[in-house]
Write a protein that binds this ligand. Structure first.
Ligand SMILES: *[C@@H]1O[C@H](CO)[C@@H](O)[C@H](O)[C@H]1NC(C)=O
Ligand SMILES: *[C@@H]1O[C@H](CO)[C@@H](O)[C@H](O)[C@H]1NC(C)=O
Length: 233
């Protein structure tokens, strides 16, 4: 009886929360991919009842780093476009899940840069916008199973990822060099011509935060929905 009530409550909550994830067999690649794809916009919108924050837009208060002679500080960043990510692949293994996404996102906020962009001196603070088209993010999750209240849940133990841009990246930093237009135009031309190398220098700290947030928010779903509702075994 207790279970019936619990199941009823979970089902009603499931529908009320707008979580409608199709359970798949572990080795049914097509089903897993379609099910994950259907979950992308639901998760991106956020699920307040599960404490899952919106991921489109995703707000990042600050990412600060110093690498390759370039000091970077990105503040008040809004990342837009994650709800349109395409699931390229979802593979389940007993203790691992591989998720490959292809996304196009725009990041906008405030920046401060100082140092060298590859070989070019750069200096400035103001508004920025970075448009990334066709970034393939491969996420690998190490997963354990934890029993709780008669059900089993996934627990993400560890994760890593790689990010490769397939199309291009466009950079816009307002007010570089205190508004010196000549210097600013020159560096924008340089940056947008060498977008791939610049991406490797500039993007990793912020991409890591974005992917980390995707993993953290998705993990909250795994904390609320037992494996039995996610996969058929
Ligand atoms: C859940 O998804 C399935 C398959 O897409 C659909 O048939 C069903 O109506 C959906 N249920 C709810 C409550 O949205
Ligand atoms: C994650 O790390 C493992 C072990 O180091 C490596 O084999 C794998 O390629 C990495 N995955 C990604 C998506 O980078």
């Amino acid at each position: 009886m207790k279970c019936v009530v619990a199941c009823f409550v979970i089902c009603v909550l499931g529908v009320a929360q707008g979580v409608n994830i199709t359970a798949c067999k572990q080795d049914d690649a097509a089903c897993l991919k379609a099910s994950a794809q259907a979950a992308v916009p639901l998760l991106a919108a956020g699920i307040p009842d599960m404490g899952i924050a919106s991921m489109d837009p995703m707000y990042i208060d600050q990412v600060k780093s110093l690498q390759a002679g370039l000091a970077m500080d990105f503040r008040n960043t809004n990342v837009k476009g994650l709800k349109n990510c395409k699931v390229l692949n979802l593979k389940r293994f007993p203790h691992r899940t591989d998720l490959d996404l292809k996304c196009s996102v725009t990041m906008e906020g405030d920046y401060t840069l100082g140092g060298k962009l590859l070989i070019m001196p750069i200096e400035g603070t103001g508004k920025y916008r970075i448009k990334i088209r066709g970034v393939v993010v491969k996420i690998q999750l190490d997963i354990d199973e934890k029993p709780r209240d008669g059900a089993t849940y996934w627990m993400v133990k560890n994760w890593n990822y790689s990010a490769t841009v397939e199309k291009d990246v466009h950079y816009k930093f307002r007010n570089l060099f205190n508004g010196n237009k000549q210097l600013s135009d020159a560096i924008h031309e340089f940056a947008n011509q060498n977008w791939r190398d610049i991406f490797q220098d500039v993007a990793p700290p912020i991409v890591k935060v974005v992917v980390g947030r995707i993993v953290t928010e998705t993990t909250k779903l795994f904390n609320h929905v037992p494996i039995e509702e996610l996969v058929i075994r």
